[in-house]
Ligand binder design. Sequence first.
Ligand SMILES: [Fe+2]
Length: 282
Amino acid sequence: MEHVSAYETPHLPGLPPAGPTASPAVFPTGSPGASPGASPGGSAHPPSAGGLPALQDLDWVALAAELDEEGVALTPPLLTREECAEVRALFDEPALFRSTVTMARHRFGEGRYRYFTHPLPDLVRTLRQRLYPPLAHIATTWAERLGEAGFPHDHEGLVAACAAAGQHRPTPLLLRYGPGGYNCLHQDVYGELTFPLQVAVMLDRPDEDFTGGESVFVEQRPRAQSRPVVKRPRQGQGMVFAVRHRPVRSIRGWSRVTLRHGVSAVHSGQRHVLGVIFHDAR
Ligand SMILES: [Fe+2]
């Protein structure tokens, strides 16, 4: 995570141009390489072990509409209570991570987060690979609106484009906040190549495992005051939101609004979130 300001998207070599005929109503729902045994094209339910059946049933048309309307979309639970506990427990296995950030040292907030190293844990890898294709469809639609280059159809393609841009390190991360923990408003940019959407999965139960700790989003609109949005996802739910900016309709077509996200102070308990960022880091 880098707490940075938005900058203009450069031309990204190696990426296909946004296709002018892409239909916003047809979403790819699976990636053939996502989980062993999953049927190519995602037409059948994947196996339950690591298959995350909830991913198969996501209504991407509704999620895309929610993103366009509000800049943030809440999914139904992606992980079961047991899967949330499984992912949360990984925080205490140092060998799984390439680095740990104590936020106060950088004045990013209060709390700690850890970046997974390769190989990513199964659940994390599956989420990253299977959420990517429909998000790439939305991302390419956004890119078309802003006159920018589109994105590869599968996550393998994005990883290859990241590698070509010198971005090799995995970015999925686990965040842990205790009482008093918070996260300053920021954007998760890790190099020249930025995939414009990310997903944060809530691993704890608000008001039971922790209090406070709301997810805060601030949209900075051109020639207007900033707009705050607060979300309180339930355990297992994912929040899909713009990493950096998104297109909004304006009288002159589409304009770019900047989004920053953060977390308000946790009052009690512990709050864990899995951050699924799709581009790799430099
Ligand atoms: Fe973030």
